[in-house]
Design a protein around this ligand. Structure first.
Ligand code: SAM
Length: 374
């Protein structure tokens, strides 16, 4: 049951995104601006095909377009004017489907206005995208069934919801086994004090409701997800004197995480895997997260948790997975195992990057490196 304070926050957020803001440039901080990072060509093209009015009202803080999307069913939490949904609808193809859910009427209206435009542009006979007005912490009320989606995405929205546990629980319910939540959001370096949490502009600008970064792992574990895998992170610079004074020493990052829901299977062991290069747009290498980059045909030893993810998710088709504890035959140009100790990319924050060095979070595969033998 939403408390009176939760209801007031929803009303304020709806006014902010439905009436106050008309375009990305109206934001008062740079929290909701996607950090610069190399975007694969096929994603760039998909984003360029999105209608200008939809793109102008984009308020996301990261790139929420994961890999291996053909025929997937995707749910976008807080889809706004629909920019990510329309890019994804092209990438999942006509046999896939994208559902966007948002509580703000004005946002859903803009999103709905351009369904025909995009389907015509992509040459699809029937629309593969639907927009619903509803609350992301009440997906059941919005008619979203158990285990019905392969991927749930969200771009700068969960921070705006007071009850984050309820949102993540609902995501867990609607994801298929092997599915993932791939989402960008804002995280705080401290547990936020009352004066930041109750500041209306800071809340609306996606800072006041930011989760203390350590709490994400705690929540994920409580609900049953695998430990979060960090993909990218970058600092948010507020660039607004008045707001900086309220924020004080607290620092914020925008970070993209993957959270997998795996079927309950027996324990796995670390083993070698080889990426086959078969994922569209990632033929040479697959940057899976800040720790793992899989190059085509290269054997990589991965920890138990990564084995479980690769075996039980849609990524299974892209990998040759060795028997538990054994080495795979030599492959491609490499004659021996190379365990990649990939430096986190595009990660601008040591306090959030450190999380990936926690064996409880990223697995224990970060300390070995064997040089390829000749
Ligand atoms: C920062 S905007 C991001 C919109 C979109 N993801 C994008 O990238 O442009 C936040 C969006 O979340 C929506 N929102 C916030 N709280 C919500 C809730 N509890 N349920 C559904 N939508 C919510 C707002 O209406 C707004 O459209």
């Amino acid at each position: 049951v939403a408390t009176p304070r939760d209801a007031e926050i929803r009303k304020d957020v709806q006014t902010y995104y439905g009436q106050v803001l008309k375009k990305s440039a109206d934001l008062q901080t740079n929290a909701c601006v996607t950090a610069a990072r190399p975007v694969p060509q096929h994603i760039r093209e998909a984003l360029q095909n999105v209608h200008e009015e939809v793109s102008l009202r984009y308020y996301g803080c990261g790139l929420v377009i994961p890999e291996c999307l053909e025929n997937c069913w995707i749910l976008d939490l807080g889809s706004g004017s629909g920019r990510d949904c329309y890019a994804l609808s092209q990438l999942v193809g006509e046999k896939g489907h994208v559902t966007g859910i948002d509580m703000t009427e004005g946002q859903v209206e803009v999103a709905n206005k351009y369904i025909e435009y995009h389907m015509g542009k992509y040459g699809f006979q029937a629309p593969n995208v639907t927009f619903i007005r509803g609350y992301i912490e009440k997906l059941e009320e919005a008619g979203i069934k158990n285990e019905s989606y392969d991927i749930v995405i969200s771009n700068c929205v969960i921070n705006l919801v007071p009850d984050k546990q309820q949102v993540l629980q609902e995501v867990y319910r609607v994801l298929k086994h092997g599915g993932e939540l791939y989402f960008s959001d804002v995280y705080a370096s401290l547990e936020l004090p009352e004066e930041i949490r109750t500041h209306k502009v800071l809340w609306g600008e996606c800072l006041g409701g930011a989760l203390y970064w350590k709490d994400l792992s705690i929540l994920a574990k409580k609900i049953g997800f695998c430990p979060p895998r960090l993909v990218t992170a970058s600092f948010i610079t507020v660039q607004n004197k008045e707001l900086e004074n309220v924020i004080g020493d607290c620092r914020f990052v925008s970070a993209t995480f993957r959270l997998f829901k795996l079927p309950k299977t027996g324990p796995t062991q670390k083993c070698q895997v080889i990426y086959n290069g078969g994922i569209t747009g990632h033929e040479k290498e697959l940057i899976f997260d800040a720790n793992f980059t899989f190059k085509k045909d290269e054997a990589v030893e991965v920890d138990e948790e990564t084995v479980a993810i690769l075996k039980n998710s849609r990524f299974a088709q892209g990998f040759l997975i060795g028997p538990d504890g054994e080495k795979l035959p030599t492959c491609g140009a490499y004659t021996a195992l190379e365990v990649k100790v990939t430096a986190p990319r595009h990660v601008g924050s040591s306090w959030i990057r450190d999380q990936t060095h926690d064996p409880a979070v990223a697995g224990g595969c970060l300390s070995t490196r064997e040089v390829p033998k000749q």
